[in-house]
Write a protein that binds this ligand. Structure first.
Ligand code: NCD
Length: 292
């Protein structure tokens, strides 16, 4: 049985096949492919896009979705997450989609279940479906020619699982990833070039992936206000000028902190396209893992 815990769980060939299938799903028609299947979502952290995209993807394929309300679930009564999952598994669902603040937790559960587990974000570690939909969006934009493209991930790289998954996935498709962040948000490893200011590399890059400052994952307060951060890291029309750069963001966007109002209206930003692609890519992932 195959699970999706990190992007490395899929080979390059499998990813390309998934994307070919996802392209068909962009018509957003409802299908019977997963009719009679039941998918459980277990979200222990907030989510708007990821959870609803998974639920819509499942329903578009004809599956039923059971969304466990973790606020009222038995983990609040002292049950361990392992026991909660063992009980859900005993009800024989066809897949479990999970988001949790503990890095690595979905990966440790795979040996305790009889159905695929899909990681919808585990702490600062990984967010494989987000990285896959980001790659899909970039690949479509460049007509599949991703070799040599330069991607700058801007913002809170240190705590972002989106950065964590993308920095591993995009180089497998020939892209070069660098980070732009203030010292407090820089990555703790040196596997990618890191810059203090986007102006240092703006003329070389093809894609900017802006990130939200994940204040909830930091123990210290680094900025008096987010405006201090925004002065240097908010993507504005001055940052981009008339350059032909693709602008992405996983959401939720903090307006005028991550990206200016003006750039949110600019056709170079494909943020809502990412959201639509996220449904299609997740449909392909659900079909692959459940019908394997
Ligand atoms: C991200 C997440 O939760 O990891 N959002 C998302 O899934 N689209 C990023 C964030 O919360 O900033």
């Amino acid at each position: 049985m195959q699970h999706l815990i990190r992007t490395a769980d899929f080979t390059k060939e499998e990813i390309i096949e998934l994307f070919d299938e996802a392209k068909d799903y962009l018509d957003m028609q409802s299908r019977d492919t997963l009719k009679g299947k039941i998918i459980v979502t277990l979200f222990f952290e907030n989510s708007t896009r990821t959870r609803s995209a998974f639920e819509i993807a499942a329903k578009r394929l004809g599956a039923e979705v059971v969304s466990l309300d973790v606020g009222t679930s038995s983990t609040k009564k002292g049950e361990t997450i392992f026991d909660t999952v063992a009980n859900i598994n005993a009800m024989k669902p066809d897949a479990i989609i999970m988001r949790h603040s503990d890095c690595g937790l979905p990966g440790t559960l795979v040996n305790h279940v009889d159905c695929p587990i899909i990681n919808a974000g585990d702490g600062k570690h990984a967010h494989p479906t987000q990285a896959l939909l980001d790659l899909f969006t970039i690949r479509e934009h460049f007509n599949h020619e991703t070799e040599g493209k330069k991607v700058a991930i801007v913002g809170d790289v240190r705590t972002s699982r989106v950065a964590g998954s993308n920095r591993r996935l995009l180089p497998r498709f020939g892209m070069e990833v660098c980070f732009v962040a203030p010292d407090c948000f820089k990555a703790e490893h040196n596997e990618h070039k890191q810059y203090d200011n986007i102006s240092e590399i703006i003329d070389e890059i093809d894609v900017v992936m802006s990130l939200r400052t994940q204040l909830e994952r930091h123990n210290e307060i680094y900025f008096e206000s987010l405006n201090d951060y925004a002065k240097d890291y908010c993507i504005t029309s001055e940052t981009f000028g008339d350059r032909d750069i693709l602008l992405l963001h996983p959401g939720p966007v903090n307006r005028n902190v991550d990206i200016s109002d003006e750039m949110l209206k600019d056709p170079r930003n494909k943020i809502l396209e990412q959201v639509t692609n996220g449904v299609a890519v997740r449909m392909a992932i659900l079909r692959k893992l459940i019908m394997q």
